[in-house]
Design a protein around this ligand. Structure first.
Ligand code: ADP
Length: 327
C-alpha cells in the first residue's frame, strides 16, 4: 500500500451563487495523521471534504496530494476515498460485492475481487458476513462494510463525513476506537468531519476548527483544547470559561478555577448552581460584571468545604492558566 503523501489545501474556496461556503482556506495535512474537521453545522466542513474527494469542484484554489495538483481529477483517480454518513451500500448486492464494486468497475476479474474483498472484510472484522445483503446487517456492521468498500481502493487519504452520527451512543464509542485502530494499522491519513468536540478530542492527532467558512484554529488536539486562540474556539471546545478582565478577554479551563472565601479571590461572586456529577462537582458562579463562571472541583475537594447555592465566594486561579483571546 502506498503511504506517506501530504495533502495541501491552497486558498481553497467554494461559492454557491452569492453564498460563500468555504473562504480561501489553507491547510497542510501531514501524511499518516488522523485529522478532524470540527465546527458547527453550516461552517463549511462537508463542502471542504467533498472538494478534497472530487465530488465538488472548487471555485478557486487547489488541492495538492503528494505534490501533484489533483483539484480537477475525477474522484477515483485522486488517491482519496470517501465514506459517506448513510454508508450508501447497494441493497441488492452482497457484502462482498459491495466491497469489491470499485474493482469490478476497473475490470478486475471475479476471483481477484473476491480475494481482495475477503482481505478488506478481515481488516474490519466482517469476514463471516461476506454473503449477506446490507439489510441483514446492523448499523454498525453496515458501517464496517462501507469502510471496507472505501479502503479497497488503497487510498492515501480516507475521507469520513460524520461517520458515527447514525450510530447509538454505545456503538459510537466502540466504532470510534475501531476507526482509530484502523488508521494506525494502515498508516494512511484520515480526515474525519464532525460537529462533536468529544469525538474530535478522542480521535484526532490534529483538530482543524472551522467557523463561518474559514479555519479558526488548527493544531494538536491538546493544544487546541488547552490554548484556544479565540472566544469561539474556547466556547466551542467546551470545558472553558471566557472571562473579561481589565487586561482583556481570557479563556480558562473550568477545572483550573478554584473557590476561596469571599473577597479573597480575583473575582467575587455568588454560587448560582451546584451539580454533583460523581467524580467531580460543577459549580456555577455569577461573578462581578454579570459574568457566569463555571468551576469544576474534584468531589473530595468540594465536600471538604461545601458551598451551597447562594453562598458568597471568591474565584481564584494561577495566571499561567489564563489564555489571552484574540477579539
Ligand atoms: P457543514 O458541513 O459544516 O455543516 P456545509 O459544508 O454543508 O457545512 O455547508 C456550508 C454552507 O454552504 C452552508 O451555508 C450551506 O447551506 C451551503 N451549501 C452547502 N451545499 C450547498 C449547495 N449544494 N448549494 C447551495 N448551498 C450549499
Amino acid at each position: 500500500m502506498k503511504t506517506g503523501q501530504d495533502l495541501e489545501l491552497v486558498s481553497l474556496t467554494k461559492r454557491y451563487g452569492e453564498a460563500l461556503a468555504v473562504d480561501g482556506i489553507n491547510h497542510h495535512f501531514r501524511a499518516g495523521s488522523y485529522a478532524c474537521l470540527l465546527g458547527p453545522s453550516g461552517c463549511g466542513k462537508s463542502t471542504t471534504l467533498r472538494m478534497i474527494a472530487g465530488h465538488e469542484d472548487p471555485t478557486e484554489g487547489s488541492i495538492v496530494l503528494g505534490g501533484a495538483d489533483v483539484s480537477w481529477l475525477p474522484p477515483a483517480r485522486r488517491g482519496t476515498a470517501m465514506m459517506f454518513q448513510n454508508y450508501a451500500l447497494f441493497p441488492h448486492l452482497s457484502v462482498s460485492d459491495n466491497v469489491s464494486f470499485s474493482l469490478k468497475m476497473k475490470g478486475v476479474d471475479a476471483a481477484t475481487r473476491r480475494t481482495r474483498a475477503g482481505e478488506m472484510l478481515e481488516l474490519v472484522h466482517m469476514s463471516q458476513f461476506a454473503d449477506r445483503l446490507p439489510d441483514q446487517l446492523s448499523g454498525g456492521q453496515q458501517q464496517r462494510v462501507a469502510l471496507a468498500r472505501a479502503l479497497i481502493t488503497n487510498p492515501q487519504v480516507l475521507l469520513l463525513d460524520e461517520p458515527l452520527s447514525a450510530l447509538d451512543p454505545f456503538l459510537r464509542i466502540r466504532m470510534r476506537a475501531e476507526l482509530k485502530r484502523l488508521q494506525q494499522e494502515l498508516g494512511i491519513t484520515f480526515i474525519h468531519v464532525t460537529h462533536g468536540q468529544d469525538e474530535a478530542l478522542a480521535l484526532a492527532d490534529e483538530i482543524v476548527v472551522m467557523n463561518n467558512a474559514v479555519i479558526e484554529q488548527a493544531g494538536p488536539a491538546r493544544e487546541v483544547f488547552n490554548a484556544p486562540r479565540t472566544e469561539f474556539v474556547a466556547r466551542f471546545m467546551g470545558g472553558h470559561n471566557v472571562i473579561a478582565l481589565p487586561q482583556g478577554h481570557f479563556a480558562i479551563r473550568s477545572d483550573k478555577v478554584a473557590l476561596t472565601e469571599a473577597a479573597a479571590g480575583r473575582l467575587d461572586g455568588q454560587v448560582t448552581g451546584v451539580e454533583y456529577q460523581g467524580a467531580h462537582v460543577v459549580l456555577t458562579v455569577r461573578a462581578a460584571g454579570d459574568q457566569e463562571v463555571t468551576a469544576i472541583l474534584p468531589e473530595e475537594k468540594f465536600f471538604e468545604n461545601p458551598m451551597p447555592q447562594g453562598a458568597d465566594v471568591g474565584l481564584s486561579w494561577d495566571d499561567a492558566a489564563l489564555h489571552p483571546l484574540a477579539v
